[in-house]
Design a protein around this ligand. Structure first.
Ligand SMILES: [Ca+2]
Length: 148
């Protein structure tokens, strides 16, 4: 009976799984958090992980997800999790999601001055992406996959 009660409690907990706070937005089973301040890409990623160890800078798997995020952005630019830290010019998601969607702005990524290794949503109108110097402080978007 005790075991049954524990199992039941776990099921209820799973059913009530939700985002870490009401400051997170939900979409398609995921939680998203958009910063109200600017940070470098590294500090932005740390801020996401500090809020929840399973959170990271957002990955984006398809155009609808990109559109959802862009629509919620107050800023023109925002850091996302895509970066080429492992191998130059091989862009990967910081949360280890498979790269199945890319949405580069025209002539991007250009690695301007050979120091653009992090990716931002570059243009709120088009929602397109640009590689940028990781040390520049920008608004950023965190994601907690599958938590909503
Ligand atoms: Ca660029």
């Amino acid at each position: 009976m005790v075991l049954l009660a524990v199992v039941a409690a776990c099921l209820v907990t799973a059913a009530l799984a939700a985002c870490p706070s009401d400051q997170w937005l939900t979409n398609d089973g995921n939680c998203y958090w958009i910063s109200a301040y600017k940070a470098s890409w590294d500090n932005a990623r740390k801020a996401c992980q500090t809020m929840d160890p399973a959170a990271d800078l957002t990955s984006i798997s398809h155009l609808l997800e990109n559109s959802f995020i862009v629509e919620k952005l107050g800023a023109e630019y925002a850091w996302i999790g895509l970066n080429d830290h492992m191998h130059n010019r091989e862009f990967l998601w910081s949360d280890n999601s498979v790269v199945e969607f890319l949405y580069w702005a025209p002539n991007q990524p250009d690695n301007l001055l050979f120091k653009q290794h992090c990716v931002q949503i570059y243009d709120k109108l088009s929602g397109e992406w640009d590689d940028e110097d990781c040390s520049v402080e920008k608004t950023f978007v965190c994601k907690l996959t599958g938590a909503a």
